[in-house]
Write a protein that binds this ligand. Sequence first.
Ligand SMILES: Cc1ncc(COP(=O)(O)O)c(C=O)c1O
Length: 430
Amino acid sequence: MVVTKKSRRKGIRTALRCIEAGFSLAHNALYERIKKHEPRSTNKISLTWHSAKNFSVSDDRGNRWIDLTSGIFVANAGHANPKIKQAILKQLNANLLFAYNYPTHSKEQFEAALLRRSPKHLNTIALLNSGSEAMELAYKLIKVYGKRTGKKYIVTFKGNYHGRGLSNDIISGNKEKAGWSGVKDDRVVFLDFPYNPETHFNPEKLPPAKKIAGFIIETFQGWGAWFYPRTFINTLAKFAKKNGALVCFDEMQAGFYRLGPLYGYQTYGAMKPDILALGKGISSSLPIAGILARGALFNTTARADLYGTHSGNPVSCAAALASLEFLSSSKEIARRKKTIPLFERELKSLEKFPQIKCVNVRGLVAGIIFKETAEATEVVLECIRRGVLPVCTNRESIKIGPPLTITASAIREAIGVIREILSERSQSSS
Ligand SMILES: Cc1ncc(COP(=O)(O)O)c(C=O)c1O
């Protein structure tokens, strides 16, 4: 369906999208009320989420969007997945909504199911509440390992993101990111991110090999879905192994089948990371995160303080188990075998537009890299006006990460809308 200015005034109605006539993001009383009592960093897109089902999001006026965000890479199994709802209800009806870190059946079942599907050497799991907390623990485990083995450096990448806490800021972005705190960790070394696919891993830029405690790697760089060259990561992993340095992948956005396999690092080839940080799509719904690692790394003499008040909440664990079982089912695996190649093809086809520098895509995530930030933001806003919801990065990119349950026809329709907008805008500016 081609949406002209005229049809937009009339509204949009397809089987998957519904936008009322005259829809505008400019007037949202709920958004204005929330803005009054929340800090500035609140979501800048004033779209009310009233309900979300599978790969659709609806507001409180009956408008409906094809969701290309999964919330923010959470709803891998689809929003309000019936199996997950059922598991949550069952747990609620069992009258166990919280259990501190006492043993619960719910936690045991989820942990056992995840370990069964994970590489054997990653035999221990600590459950937490958020990705930031998981990365805080990853930092701690690498530090403690380094102390024990006389290795002092952590190597990370410029521009990568690992959460919001102080230790997260110390390993994210660049050396200045934690500057607000006055706290410095001179033992964290930032490497340039290898945006150029020809880049080779160069140990000469690193501190002495035997002094490196670990590498922290965001499986892909979030804002633009930038992947490392495969040989780069494989050489890094071999180098780390040879020199006794740990390899930690931050799988927050890449995990739980987003890139195809269960864990995103597996798309780089056969390697054995020491630590995986998990969150977001782990439950497709309620807050839960975790660290999966070799058991020996948790055997610290230091009091690592691995658990918090809500770690391994039984309702979150029930949701996580249902999500994992759903996404691992042969039916869903077969669906993704069909949708992933289509998604990759559709996204790559956008590279022909003059506003676009390149499109990064793997599995069901993509970063459309624009020449200008303003153009990327305008395209996001126009997508929303036409019933498609991508991730607004406030940078020179648009990010696309639909629930993994999205159908082939929804992929075609949603990317078709983006294509239509890019085409109109490139014609009107030429
Ligand atoms: C790669 C990565 N690491 C860590 C985090 C932090 O996770 P959370 O927001 O759950 O604390 C995020 C969140 O966006 C992320 O994308």
